[in-house]
Design a protein around this ligand. Structure first.
Ligand code: FMN
Length: 191
């Protein structure tokens, strides 16, 4: 049975609890939000990413990516971005306004890479081809092979999103509810 949370004091920690769970549970629907950014022409771009870590105290969400992927250049030029989460189980949509920073080197990246490089995802960060690089015409499999030929250097990078504001929407037969919240503000909105 769904617990009907009433007050901002109940709902706010529950939102963060669900985010924390999503970073640990591969089956949680909030595990794979959409990250929207702005490209060099000022046009919107968006893609699915995996939520890897949540720091409730600091209001930080962490993702892994390839430092050569277009989103990295976009976020380095314009850190303002948006994450959108939807959970059918909770009937909750969460839109999170964030400022992103990309960490491409240093002890934190290397420490996390030690774990990632043992995993099935390691090849994603060892490809000699950058994500989005055009493959030679008619050589899909050869391209795919080349893409998975390991190189000695990795392109693993950590994407850190500082949460600025959230827009929470709950769909319910008893009446939808929506609120805009930041670290120390809460405003009920018309859904
Ligand atoms: C379920 C799913 C999870 C994904 N997780 C990630 C991820 O954690 N990091 C990432 O960089 N790309 C991830 N991708 C791939 C991106 O959606 C995207 O295709 C790729 O990163 C290139 O994006 P860009 O061209 O905007 O940089 C995922 C795709 C899917 C379908």
């Amino acid at each position: 049975m769904k617990i009907h949370l009433q007050t901002p004091e109940d709902i706010r920690p529950q939102i963060w609890k669900e985010l924390g769970r999503a970073s640990l549970d591969r089956h949680h629907e909030w595990r794979t939000p959409v990250l929207a950014s702005i490209d060099a022409d000022g046009l919107p771009d968006a893609r699915t990413v995996v939520l890897r870590q949540v720091d409730v105290g600091a209001g930080l969400l962490t993702f892994y990516t390839d430092s050569r992927s277009p989103k990295v250049a976009q976020l380095q030029a314009q850190g303002a971005a948006m994450l959108v989460f939807w959970s059918a189980r909770l009937s909750w949509q969460l839109r999170v306004r964030v400022t992103c920073s990309v960490i491409t080197s240093g002890p934190e990246v290397e420490a996390l890479w030690q774990g990632v490089k043992q995993s099935a995802a390691a090849g994603d960060y060892l490809s000699p081809l950058a994500p989005g690089a055009v493959l030679p015409h008619g050589s899909r499999s050869a391209g795919a092979d080349a893409a998975h030929a390991p190189t000695s250097t990795h392109s693993f990078a950590v994407l850190r999103a500082q949460v600025l504001q959230m827009d929470w929407l709950e769909l319910s037969r008893q009446g939808h509810r929506r609120a805009q919240l930041s670290a120390n503000t809460w405003e009920w909105l018309t859904p």
